[in-house]
Design a protein around this ligand. Structure first.
Ligand SMILES: [Zn+2]
Length: 200
């Protein structure tokens, strides 16, 4: 049941076109390091989607606002970094409603993007996503930036190793993420990779 549901919802993002653009996504902020990353993204002229946590957004509203001001898009990554299986249906509903309000307050227009903490999926999540006008976005290329050095991440994400229509998962709370992006984007661009922001 869960697998069928998950497959249906994930389908557009798992069965991608080979010719599609690359989407950059950054999870878990906003963080002080996000500001350094925003400068790097300006330098390489790429816009990205930031999956923010509610508690971090409340802690650093100026970083959140700056992210939007620089032309990036926001998605919701939960009020706290809690796996959805730990939340009741009512708690998930409240979390998504809170996220939608935060995104709307930042000028985002629906449908809104949602990525569950830990990529965790439970059946009770799906009707609540629909009700709150959220679309699910997972990823098909994990930078593993929490475990790897910049050199290792850059090597592992060489253009030939990217999947078709790559959705890249990074984390903006790491100090080295900005360096990784400064090094990778020119390499990708030289290889003909195109960059885009998802709709919404
Ligand atoms: Zn996360």
């Amino acid at each position: 049941m869960l697998r069928r549901l998950a497959k249906r919802v994930l389908n557009p993002w798992l069965h991608y076109d080979s010719s599609g653009p690359l989407w950059l996504t950054f999870d878990d902020g906003p963080h002080e390091n996000t500001l350094v990353l925003l400068d790097a993204l300006d330098e390489v002229q790429v816009r990205a989607l930031f999956f923010v946590q509610g508690v971090e957004a409340e802690r650093r509203p100026e970083v959140l606002a700056e992210t939007v001001r620089r032309g990036h898009r926001l998605g919701w990554h939960g009020q706290r970094h809690v796996h959805p299986r730990e939340l009741s249906g009512a708690a998930l509903e409240a979390d998504l409603a809170r996220g939608r309000a935060l995104l709307e307050a930042q000028g985002q227009r629906g449908p809104f993007w949602y990525r569950p903490p830990y990529g965790g999926l439970v059946p009770r999540l799906f009707p609540r996503l629909r009700r709150n006008r959220f679309r699910l976005m997972m990823w098909n290329c994990d930078s593993e930036d929490s475990e790897r050095s910049v050199d290792e991440v850059v090597a592992s994400l060489a253009p030939a190793r990217l999947p078709p229509r790559p959705i890249l998962l990074f984390h903006d709370d790491y100090a080295q993420t900005a360096d990784t992006i400064r090094r990778l984007v020119p390499v990708w661009r030289d290889a003909g990779v195109e960059f885009a922001l998802p709709d919404g």
